[in-house]
Design a protein around this ligand. Structure first.
Ligand code: ZN
Length: 683
């Protein structure tokens, strides 16, 4: 591993606004924190922290020694000085004289010694930093280090690798006890450059910022050199069949099974509509791992460092090989494997609380990582962010375990140690508060998502917590909130590939809004056959293509779904010269009703929105102008030519779609959004 230290970058950083009035010690520490936090081989999602000891003035102008230590909630890769809140150092050091200190008292005491009481809570590893004398201290859960310490002879291996340059600290849960232990090990040999924490990670330190960082790089390079001498081919592969089910059908089956067996969905903890998101990963290394003959052994040993447990649980769910063509068989075996996983989790919990007489509430038993032989792995989350975190950690664990097995055998802590961290209140605090958004974990696909109405629909569903894919021929601008997919809805291959993409990206789909359309005008006596057929392609057949594909995915998931159609006022109230547009829309209204009666038995609801006179891609400014002229009114009067006498917006249409998605007992309904037009009222 190479050092990324660059003095020019430090100068650049110091010149930024956020660093005005910040002393050099803190600027250096921020720089170092970003270097370490920005490398996924060193730090993943909260798995590390840094500190610097420096001097700051209090309100009276007195200089006091402080420890600036990473505050919770800050991403190390993007940390600012405010992410390293100062804590008075002397009171922290005094704690060393205590025999013991409970977590709650420790956190309260640390908080009460913050210079700024509004700062984020300092890391749970604050005291380890405070009890060591060095100015700059770095801590990480680097994958390479975990590969050598998670071995039956991990301690011996570390001593052999590092000689006297690193102290070795036996595993202890983070907190006061570990802080005392780290300082004890350090004092036995004050010449060390750092400490290896068995089954946990590494500390490196120095009074010089660059040296402290370099010690981390050196230690990891030492391990990497050892790993290079290991086996190249680690896992002998089980025979893989020539015909695998594609990922785009495997993902919805897995997602559907997990949702249907999730105990929090529909129990009141979450809104009944809440679902789960999957994030898929595959690389050569992941494939070798999931295809290994002994997957049941090495994948079930436990997490590489205990703080992973809150994101991934202690083991992943291992699924059977999804062989073609037995889709049904794969679903049944996935259900069986999931049930067994949940039972295993439940008995682990019961075993721990009963044997130690603990008062704890069991967390949900849904797997957070799923290994699929032949394909790769899924991270599972209540939203996409959670799924990505689980997948990132799973991917890193694959690397850790592969490296560990290349030089020996991967072995981890006892489940009791992992349980302590999983059910530790300070660890649970790292998880974001459970969201109560009504469509959390739902995947929404919107065709015509690049247009005015499509974008408004995407925004409304986004507000309700859903994950969103927008499909269109092109998009006016990039929007990173959404998965933007180029798709021609009149082309079956294009639609098929868009849905495959959605399934691979989110695990499946729940709500499909067939919104794309195009206005074709002309009198029936004069319209060309070509124009009429063109209109039917986009305004009828495209809806059928999109919904047929959607139902295929929804049936694989088997947890219901929503089909929402954008029809038009023309479908019920024809306007002169609008026949080429209205006819296919009338057929689409009938299509919605047809889907409603045919898919209801799968819990799939079909509904439509009937909108009129919305300024959008379909009804352009020029069209509004010419129609207004034809009626002898101005453009505003034309748009507001309804019972309410007000202009109807794309947001109004979008809200009708979210409303239908949330109305769990509504089927074959047409919601009219036109400000009132009695001639177009449905009866
Ligand atoms: Zn740690």
């Amino acid at each position: 591993m190479d050092s990324k230290w660059t003095n020019a970058d430090i100068e650049e950083l110091k010149s930024q606004d956020a660093f005005r009035g910040i002393n050099d010690d803190i600027s250096l520490s921020v720089y170092c924190t970003r270097l370490i936090g920005g490398d996924p081989n060193l730090v993943l999602h909260g798995g590390g922290n840094t500190s610097v000891k420096t001097v700051q003035e209090d309100l009276f102008g007195n200089e006091i020694e402080v420890l600036c230590i990473k505050g919770s909630g800050w991403d190390m890769a993007e940390i600012l000085p405010a992410g390293l809140p100062p804590v008075k150092l002397d009171p922290l050091r005094q704690l060393k004289s205590l025999e013991s200190l409970c977590d709650e008292d420790m956190v309260s005491y640390i908080r009460s010694n913050l210079l700024d009481s509004t700062s984020p809570t300092p890391s749970v590893e604050t005291l380890s930093h405070a009890f060591l004398p060095h100015k700059f201290i770095n801590h990480s859960h680097a994958s390479a280090i975990l590969s050598v310490t998670n071995q039956p002879n991990g301690e011996h291996l570390c001593r052999e690798l590092f000689d006297d340059s690193m102290g070795i600290v036996p595993y202890m849960m983070p907190g006061f006890g570990l802080a005392k232990k780290t300082s004890e090990v350090f004092e036995e040999n004050p010449g060390v450059d750092g400490l290896i924490l068995l089954n946990h990670g590494i500390f490196t330190f120095s009074d010089d910022a660059e040296a402290s960082y370099q010690h981390m790089i050196d230690a990891i390079s030492t391990v990497e050199k050892r790993l290079l001498g290991g086996n190249k081919h680690v896992f002998s592969s089980a025979t893989t069949p020539s015909r695998l089910q594609p990922l785009s059908s495997v993902a919805p089956i897995v997602r559907g099974v997990l949702i249907s067996q999730d105990e929090r969905i529909g129990t009141g903890t979450n809104a009944p509509q809440n679902k789960l998101i999957l994030d898929f990963r595959t690389t050569d290394q992941i494939l070798e791992f999931v295809n290994g003959k002994e997957i049941e052994r090495y994948s079930q040993r436990g997490v590489a460092t205990p703080d992973h447990v809150i994101r991934t649980k202690n083991w992943p769910l291992v699924l059977p090989l999804p062989e073609k063509p037995e889709t049904r068989d794969f679903r049944e075996r996935t259900e069986q494997a999931t049930k067994e996983f949940q039972q295993k989790y439940d008995s682990y919990f019961q075993r721990q609380v009963e044997s130690r007489n603990l008062q704890k509430t069991r967390l949900d038993s849904t797997p957070k990582v799923v290994l699929v032989p032949g394909h790769g792995l899924f991270g599972v989350g209540r939203d996409r962010n959670e799924a990505i975190i689980a997948a990132d950690i799973a991917e890193s664990s694959v690397q850790t375990i592969t490296n560990a097995e290349s030089i020996g055998e991967y072995e981890t802590l006892d489940e009791a140690d992992v349980f302590d961290v999983e059910y530790w209140s300070l660890e649970q605090a790292k998880l974001s508060k459970a969201s109560t958004q009504p469509l959390l974990g739902n995947v929404v696909a919107i065709t015509g998502g690049g247009g005015t109405i499509g974008m408004a629909i995407a925004n409304e569903f986004d507000k309700l917590g859903a994950e969103i894919a927008v499909l269109d021929l092109n998009f006016p601008e990039e929007d990173h909130r959404f998965l933007q997919l180029e798709c021609d809805v009149t082309n079956q291959t294009s639609v098929k590939s868009a849905f495959e993409n959605i399934c691979e990206h989110f695990g499946g789909v729940d709500i499909v809004i067939s919104n794309a359309g195009a206005m074709h005008l002309g009198s029936m006596e004069n319209v060309s056959d070509e124009t009429l057929r063109e209109s039917f392609e986009i305004n009828f057949f495209a809806h059928q293509t999109v919904m047929q594909k959607s139902v295929e995915v929804l049936k694989l998931q088997n947890v219901g779904g929503n089909l929402l159609f954008n029809v038009s006022k023309q479908a019920v109230n024809p306007g002169a010269d609008a026949g080429p547009y209205g006819l296919p829309k009338a057929a689409t209204l009938a299509l919605m009703r047809q889907y409603a009666i045919e898919t209801g038995k799968y819990g799939i609801r079909a509904n439509a929105v009937n909108a009129d006179r919305i300024q959008s891609g379909l009804l352009t400014k020029e069209m509004i102008r010419s129609r207004a002229e034809a009626r002898g009114v101005n453009e505003v009067e034309y748009l507001a030519g309804n019972i309410l006498g007000k202009e109807v917006t794309a947001e109004d249409v979008a809200k009708a779609f979210t409303q239908l998605a949330l109305s769990e007992s509504t089927v074959a309904n047409v919601t009219t959004v036109d400000g009132g037009n009695i001639a177009a009222a449905l009866r």
